[in-house]
Design a binder for this molecule. Structure first.
Ligand SMILES: [Zn+2]
Length: 64
């Protein structure tokens, strides 16, 4: 299956996803796991809540 392979960023050699380093040039392989998307999503959720709390604070602190 193609999904079990990842391309090296430096020499474009196909490596298995479980490999941490390229079998051809030895450079570390980029992790393209779904967990990375989870981390990005949680970062945006945190940013969203931070902005929301900031807006609520501003509603109460700003003079009307
Ligand atoms: Zn390589």
């Amino acid at each position: 299956m193609k999904n079990n392979l990842t391309s090296c960023l430096y020499c474009y050699t196909k490596n298995e996803l479980i490999a941490e380093r390229c079998s051809n040039c030895g450079m570390p392989l980029a992790k393209d796991h779904p967990e990375n998307y989870k981390n990005k999503t949680s970062f945006f959720v945190k940013a969203f809540w931070g902005i929301t709390l900031f807006c609520i604070a501003m509603i109460y602190y700003l003079p009307r």
